[in-house]
Write a protein that binds this ligand. Sequence first.
Ligand code: ZN
Length: 459
Amino acid sequence: MQQLIRALQEVLGPGGVLTGDAARSRSGSWGVMHCDAPAVLRPRSTGEVAAALRLCHAAGQAVVTEGGKTGLVSGARASSSEIALSLERMHAIEQIDARGRTMTVQAGATLQAVHEAAEAEGLIMPLDLGARGTATIGGNIATNAGGNQVIRYGMMREQVLGLEVVLADGTVMSSLNQVLKNNTGYDLKQLFIGSEGTLGVITRAVLRLRPLMPARNSALVATDSLEHLVALLTFIERELGGRMSAFEAMWNTYYRIASRGPHLGQPPIADTYPFYVLIESAGADLEGEAGHFLDALARATELGLVQDAVLAQSEKERAAFWAIRDNIESLAVLWPLAIFDISLPLATMADYLERTGARLEQRLGELRWVTFGHLGDSNLHLAIALGGDDPALRHAVEEIVYAGLAGIGGSVSAEHGIGLEKREFLHCSRSATEIELMKTLKRALDPRNILNPERIFRL
Ligand code: ZN
């Protein structure tokens, strides 16, 4: 491998290859993403990515592409026999076409940088998630990220118009389409979106932008049952006529932990209610929208769907609501823990949680877990305290959570992806025929199996 690393140093120039401690000291969120790779490649252009992959392909060397390393399934964690490829030096916002509502961006740009560039033009790129400051657009695309505005704007897939991808052998596929409708044969970009870096390295993208809606309203609402919470979702969605942009549910177990912290003040609503939800709408009419929002909540209260509610009166109050929803770090009190992002039909949710809770309690003795998530997308996050570092126990907990999903049309990953951590449970959500077709695509695009090998499935 030393000979290959020297060749890569020559191609990528000074600062283009990190080795030794400089490579190993890089870590990701939760500290779980230590990098064991002997080298981290940092190309500055698509040409350099292509040159590096040509060398690795010729040598049969496995390459793991990193985004912002905020993923939760170890998909981008390189082992000591793999070389890491980071696009952190390719972070330019290359072009914004305000009239055509598109942005051309390099893959290493952070989600936040993309947000800020769009907003400066009176536009938004509506994908949003808690790790926005670190997560990169390339990573968001490679994992088809979800987040908290999916209910209105869809997942990352819906925000991508075009892609530039470097294939395993260094071939550059430029498909930087800028138009919304383009039905000319296979939509090749879709192959790479959500493929977790296994089919190609995303280097640039054309993103679809939407108008910035200045009339934003936010409320933190408490309700007394899951049945009422689901009814509230349907009611508010209809009342707001498509302008609801978030419906983020928090079970009492989550709210009690996440509403406290040194950076948070007094919880906006007492922590004694069974369920909470952060509801947002966004529209164009500054005065009218606030009235609509308030009316909808008042009617929901009359119907008994809302027990308590606080409206954000300022951007600061709105940020305080989101700080609770995004306070994932507070779950460290459950450490060591297992985190899940499952999706399942709304109608099955109460029954699934009851059955799964009972089985977990049986296995763990004492059950300490929290539930929250994007209820509008049928996507729940569970965090379960394991009480110790026993791999067998972690596995048993995973089996319990996933086993209950297969029969009800649920998914073992709503938005985080499969990576290494959920590989053995892929079959709970995908048929043998589907998995075999995925392998056929992998073999066709990466015949030497060098790109993020063994992620999603084993060949
Ligand atoms: Zn999420």
